[in-house]
Ligand binder design. Structure first.
Ligand code: NAD
Length: 339
């Protein structure tokens, strides 16, 4: 099948070309992000393949449908960037890769927690400059801390297990409790209770209307002073301006992010020679207790292999007239709280 692959970098092309040897699709790679300005590039392609910051709003979907596209193959797990209602009205199939490597994201979450707790981001630069002073590097033990996990799906449950192994007391909230986690010692509580009691709060729920700005002025007010906040899920779960104020006041003691609500204008690009215009983001970077990675939690060999294979498999199944294994189902939408 002819596939227009948007937002591609060298690594995407390498992994997709290698995986495609077993599938034989005609892949046409575009560097451009898919949006209303670029949707015409997909004209005549029965399938498009897109990533987290491609914008599939109603207008773009209509342009795709008019251009002959029948399948939107997301090469990621989250699907908050697709207007699913419009896709359904236009009878477009939307497929994703629901579980390529939850371990990759869970491990990156732990890496961020440890980096923030031990100020590794500061230490790394200092040592390289011959500065071996420990001033400002005072860390905190993770063992014995109370960690709150919001969302215990594929990724959150692995994070919870790893935090238990680090001897944390783990509190969790999800729309449905995971029995196995509860049996292993994770305590399910309300979000208010988790915010009130946790030393570390880590977000693993999807972005949906119900979870947008879950971390806001009000929820921050109910947290412990000095709390560590971690977000490897989706940027808009967090009200960045409220978090910046909480960093200034000392309410947040450490912030570790892999996602940012306005990341589409920044992440995945080399902007090191440019003047970055996003003052909110740049202000966050000035705090010594903030660690940010640019949406790289998914980015491991194993995950990239799985993503490319499963995406191409979804396309093959669609081409054969079958329902792709990764096609988004009503239960998936309901699980986000969006319906
Ligand atoms: P999942 O669907 O397996 O789990 C999500 C869990 O959140 C489910 O158990 C669901 O019941 C729960 N949930 C829904 N609404 C909730 C709410 N209001 N409060 C608390 N919990 C709620 O998804 P997953 O594979 O664990 O992924 C979690 C998120 O991580 C995805 O939505 C995606 O956006 C993000 N993600 C980020 C990266 C990255 O590279 N940073 C990679 C993959 C996924």
């Amino acid at each position: 099948m002819r596939v227009a692959v948007f937002s591609t970098k060298t690594y995407d092309r390498d992994f997709f070309r290698a995986a495609n040897a077993a599938f034989g699709h005609e892949l046409v790679f575009f560097e451009a992000r898919l949006n209303s300005q670029t949707a015409t590039l997909a004209k005549g392609f029965p399938a498009v393949c897109v990533f987290v910051n491609d914008d599939l709003d109603a207008r773009v979907l209509l342009m795709l449908e008019r251009g002959g596209t029948r399948l939107v193959a997301l090469r990621c797990a989250g699907f908050n960037n697709v207007d699913l209602q419009t896709a359904a009205q236009l009878e477009l199939t939307v497929a994703r890769v629901p579980a390529y490597s939850p371990q990759a994201v869970a491990e990156h979450t732990l890496a961020l927690i440890l980096a923030a707790a031990r100020r590794l981001h500061k230490a790394y630069n200092r040592v390289r400059e011959g500065n071996f002073s420990l001033d400002g590097l005072l860390g905190m033990d993770i063992a014995g801390k109370i960690a709150g996990v919001i969302g215990t799906g594929r990724i959150g449950r692995l994070v919870a297990k790893r935090l238990l192994a680090f001897e944390c007391r783990v509190l969790a909230f999800d729309l449905a409790a995971d029995e196995e986690l509860a049996a292993s010692g994770v305590e399910y509580l309300t979000t208010d209770e988790i915010f009130r009691r946790s030393d570390i709060i880590t977000l693993h729920c999807p972005l949906a209307p119900a979870t947008r700005h879950l971390i806001n002025e009000e929820s921050l007010a109910g947290m412990k002073r000095g709390v560590m906040l971690v977000n490897t899920s989706r940027g808009a779960l967090v009200d960045t301006r409220a978090v910046t104020r909480a960093l200034k006041s000392g309410k947040i003691g450490a912030l570790a992010l892999d996602v940012y609500e306005e990341e589409a204008d920044l992440f995945f690009e080399d902007l090191s020679n440019q003047v970055i215009q996003d003052d909110v983001f740049m202000r966050m970077l000035t705090f010594p207790n903030v660690v940010i990675t640019g949406h790289q939690a998914f980015f491991t060999h194993q995950a990239m292999e799985h993503i490319s294979r499963q995406t191409l498999e979804n396309i093959t199944q669609f081409e054969r007239g079958e329902t792709p294994v990764g096609s988004i189902k009503w239960e998936d939408v309901r699980a986000t709280g969006a319906a």
